[in-house]
Design a protein around this ligand. Structure first.
Ligand code: IYR
Length: 228
């Protein structure tokens, strides 16, 4: 039985720490980076199905993220229904066509050239699952009243980052897709009024011989400053 200690009236339990030697800590940090560096956004999916239990585990991993006041202000909607995926594709492509043809600036379109994206989003129907991440702007009580959530964007961003790492760990691929605007997801998935769409993430196996853009990550010196 876990020993509970009461602090300020609330239960605390011992932190279950993992103990490694310094050499192991160095090795683990290097190996984790090498492995995570292999993760790529993929836009071409195989239609090979994924067992539901895998998606459940991915969502459980994402949901271990820290969140403001531990409110866990997220909902992960997992869509495998073919009709619904088709409706999502149609609605997303409608917005995306409009964006690419008139809403996005010249500079923006130019910045996207190395990725060779366009308004067509066939992957929304081909990928076996779409995970639609919703953020909860506030808590809806059963009586209809509202309660605050805190640092919602930070919390849901962290959970989504863990989701991407879990997907990579499982040997699957994903895309953080951002059709804009995304309100059609609220309607199609019949989400309650306190939820806002955050990201649309197709998940699956990559299509055979998929190509990804030959882009480089910034060097350590470009993304960090050490104060010693
Ligand atoms: N939402 C569009 C455009 C797009 C925007 C950015 I910033 C990207 O990094 C990639 C795409 C789309 O998904 O095609």
């Amino acid at each position: 039985m876990t020993k509970k200690t009461i602090i300020g009236g609330y239960p605390f339990i011992p932190y279950q720490k993992e103990t490694y030697s310094e050499a192991e800590v160095i090795k683990r940090s290097q190996e984790f980076h090498s492995w995570l560096d292999l993760r790529r956004s993929v836009r071409e999916f195989s239609d090979k199905p994924i067992p539901k239990t895998v998606i459940e585990n991915l969502i459980l991993s994402a949901s271990t993220a820290p969140s403001g006041a531990h409110k866990q202000p997220w909902t992960f909607c997992a869509v495998s229904n073919k009709d619904l995926k088709q409706q999502i594709r149609i609605a997303a492509e409608k917005e995306e066509k409009e964006s690419y043809e008139s809403r996005m600036s010249k500079e923006w379109l130019n910045d996207l050239k190395p990725l060779q994206t366009d308004w067509q989003k066939a992957f929304l129907e081909i990928a076996p699952y779409l995970i639609v991440v919703f953020k909860k702007a506030f808590e809806l009580q059963p009586d209809g009243s509202k309660k605050n959530y805190y640092y919602v964007n930070e919390s849901v961003g962290l959970a989504t980052g863990l989701l991407l790492a879990a997907i990579h760990n499982a040997g699957l691929v994903a895309l953080t897709h951002t059709p804009s605007p995304m309100n059609f997801l609220t309607d199609l998935l019949k989400r309650p009024t306190n939820e806002r769409p955050f990201l649309l993430i197709p998940v699956g196996y990559p299509k055979e011989e998929t190509l990804v853009p030959d882009i480089k990550r910034k060097k350590l010196e470009e993304v960090s400053v050490f104060y010693e």
